[in-house]
Design a protein around this ligand. Sequence first.
Ligand SMILES: *Cc1c(COP(=O)(O)O)cnc(C)c1O
Length: 371
Amino acid sequence: MNDYKQIYTTRPALPPLNEYIAQLERIWDSKWLTNMGALHNELEEELKEYLRVQGLSLFVNGHMALEMVLQAMDLRGEVITTPFTFISTIHAITRNGLTPVFCDINKDDYTMDVTKIEELITEKTSAILPVHVYGNVCNVEKIEQIAGKYHLKVIYDAAHAFGVQYKEKGIGNFGDASMFSFHATKVFNSIEGGAVTYRDNSMGRKLYNLKNFGIRSEEEIESVGANAKMNEFQAAMGLCNLKYINENIQKRKKIVEYYHKCLSGCRGVKLNSVQKDVVSNYSYMPVVFVEGDYPVNRNVVYDTMKEKGIFARKYFYPLANEVMCYKDVLDCKKTPIAKKISQSVLTLPLYADLKEEDVDRVSEVIWKLSR
Ligand SMILES: *Cc1c(COP(=O)(O)O)cnc(C)c1O
C-alpha cells in the first residue's frame, strides 16, 4: 500500500442530508412507500420539464426501463446495436428474445457508424438501438432517415446523456423512445432508477402495465407485466439531486476544461470534444491513447495510475461482442474500430467535486509516460 490519497473514477452526487431528510418526512407522514406515490409523480413531472419531453415513465433502474420499452415496442428478430456499450444494452435485447446485430462505431465520437447500418439490415431487422456514448450524440438525423426508409423502430440508450441537448431539443425527443439511467454512478442519480421517454402516447399505458403487473385497478388486470416501479425513497433522492443538476454539470464542465488544459499538446493523447450543436452533460472524461503515437499501451497507463491510487476505468472493455456469454453464441460481426478504441481508451476520474490538484496528479502520470 502507499499513502497517496485515492482518486476514484466517480463519486455519487449527494444532496445536503437535511434536504433528503425533509423528503423522507413526507414519506413518514403519508406512509406511502411505493406504487406511484406523490414523490414519484412529482419527479416524473419535474423530469419531463427538465428533459423537455412530452412522455416519460419512471422505472426502478435503467436496465429494466430498456428491457420494458423494447418489449412494449413488440419487436421481432434482429436489432442493430453497438458493441461499444455497457453490457446492459445487449442483455436487454437478448432477454427479449431478440438477436443483437453489431454495427461498428466511428472513431471520432464513438457512436454508431451510420454508414455501416444499411449493410446490416435484413428482412428480420425490426429496430436500431444506438447508444449516446459518453453523452456524445449519435447521428440522429441519419438514423431517423434510415429507420424511415426501412420502417424500423429506433430506441436510444441515453443512459449517459441525461440533460444533453441537440439543436436546442432535449435528447430524449429523438427516435421512438430513449432510456435514461439514474444509477448512483451517473450524472443524475435517484440511488438506482431510470426512465423511458417516448413519442407515441400509447406507450405510456404499455409501460405502466409492464412495470406494474398489468394492473389497471383493483379487479382489472389488463395485460402480462412484471414489477419495475420506482419507489418513494428513490424518487426522494431524485427530487433532491435534480435541484443541483445544473450546478453539478457546470462543475463537471470546469473539470473537463481543466483536463483539456492540462493534457493538450500531449502527443498521442486524444481527448473528446463537445460536438457541434450539442449542449453536453460532461458525463465522462474519455481519453484514447493512440497506438504508435503514445509510447505505451493503455493498460500500462491504467496500471501505473492504480499504483498511485488513481482509479481510471477501461470503459468499455471488453466489447459486448467479445464477452464470454455472447462471443461463441451469437454471430458477432467484426467491429474493428470498436475493438481498437476499446483497447486504447480510459475514462479518467470525473465527478462534480473532483479537485484541480487531483486532475494535476492524473495528468502528470499521462505526461510522464508520454516521454
Ligand atoms: C448505466 C447504463 C445502463 C443501465 O442502467 P442501470 O440504471 O444501471 O440499470 C445501460 N446502458 C448504459 C450505456 C449504461 O451506462
